[in-house]
Design a protein around this ligand. Structure first.
Ligand code: HEC
Length: 144
C-alpha cells in the first residue's frame, strides 16, 4: 500500500467512526424523545397516576411512590360485578415482556386474554404511543 492509499484508507475509517457515533447519538436522542412522549401520555393523557399512585392524608400524590400501586380512594356508586380496589405497581413494568405490554396498551388485553377489572380503562393507544408509554414506564425505577 502506498502512503497515499493508506491516507485515504485512514480518512475513510475516520469518516466511518464519525458516522457511527452520529448514529449512536441519534439513537440516544430518539430514546429520550420517546420517553418524554411516554411521560406526557402517562401523566397528562392517560392520567395513570390518579389510580396507580397512592395519596397522602392531604390528598396529594406521594412523589416517591409514583405509579407504584395504590388502594383506590373511590368506589362505584352502583354495584359492579367486578371491581378492583387496588391498582398494581407499574413503575418499571416488572414481569412484562415489551411486546406484551405494548399489546396491552393498544387493546386492553394481556397475553393470557385476561382483562383487568374496572376501573382500569381499556386504552387504545396507537402502536407508536403504546411503545412510548411502555418505554417511559420501563425507565422508572421502583423501590418495591
Ligand atoms: C381509573 C383508575 C385507573 C387508571 C386511570 C389507570 N389504571 Fe391501570 N389499573 C387500575 C386498576 C384498579 C388495576 C387492577 C385491575 C385488576 O386487578 O383486575 C389496573 C391494572 C393495570 C395494569 C396491570 C394489568 C394486569 O392485568 O396485570 C397495568 C399494566 C396498568 N394498569 C397500567 C396502566 C397505565 C399505563 C395507565 C395509564 C395510561 C393506567 N393503568 C391507568 C386502575 C387504573
Amino acid at each position: 500500500m502506498t502512503l497515499r492509499q493508506s491516507c485515504v484508507c485512514l480518512a475513510r475509517i475516520a469518516l466511518l467512526a464519525i458516522g457511527l457515533s452520529m448514529v449512536a447519538r441519534a439513537g440516544d436522542s430518539n430514546d429520550a424523545a420517546k420517553i418524554a412522549r411516554g411521560k406526557y401520555l402517562v401523566e397528562d393523557v392517560g392520567k395513570c397516576a390518579d389510580c396507580h399512585t397512592p395519596f397522602d392524608e392531604k390528598g396529594q400524590p406521594i412523589a416517591d411512590k409514583h405509579l407504584q400501586g395504590a388502594l383506590l380512594v373511590f368506589k362505584p356508586t352502583v354495584p359492579m360485578p367486578a371491581w378492583a380496589e387496588r391498582s398494581p405497581n407499574i413503575a418499571g413494568l416488572k414481569g412484562w415482556e415489551e411486546e406484551e405490554a405494548v399489546h396491552f396498551m393498544m387493546t386492553g388485553e394481556t397475553s393470557d386474554k385476561h382483562r383487568p377489572r374496572p376501573p382500569m380503562p381499556e386504552y387504545r393507544f396507537n402502536q407508536e404511543d403504546a411503545r412510548a408509554v411502555v418505554a417511559y414506564l420501563r425507565s422508572l425505577s421502583t423501590s418495591k
